[in-house]
Design a binder for this molecule. Sequence first.
Ligand SMILES: [Zn+2]
Ligand SMILES: [Zn+2]
Length: 160
Amino acid sequence: MSRPLTPGGGPATPERYVCGAVAALPLRLVSLALEITPGERGHPLDVATRLRCVLERHTDGPHSDLVREVGRSAGEVWTQWEDGGPPEYVCLLPDCPADNGEPGGANEACTLYEGHSGAHSYHCADAACPDAACPDAACADPACADDEDAPGTRTEPVPR
Ligand SMILES: [Zn+2]
Ligand SMILES: [Zn+2]
């Protein structure tokens, strides 16, 4: 063990970004995400269905997102999917034990699962939506665009 200078890996490196690939959780996996913890009954509304990969940008391996926080040390419910396909399963994975090594309020734990690929979450910048007031045209990420059918965006009905 010889890393005395930068406990936890030092400051975030700006070239590391979250993957951000999006997918939708199929309905049957919503049920599975609840049934996977028989001793910890959850509510369907606790299950995230609009998924966005939270791993560091990667070129191979499945995308991953948290679908349900169980609230126990047993871990959280995750799903994984391949490019172009829907998620096929959910699994209970233990939390990644890493943190950034900073003291007190600056301490940040990794929000990913143990054994994840890429950098820990606190080393990744989320590049998909750098501006909170992101205009639709400038952002290619469908997860951050307003719903297409929001009120006020429709054209007036044409009288027959
Ligand atoms: Zn991904
Ligand atoms: Zn981690």
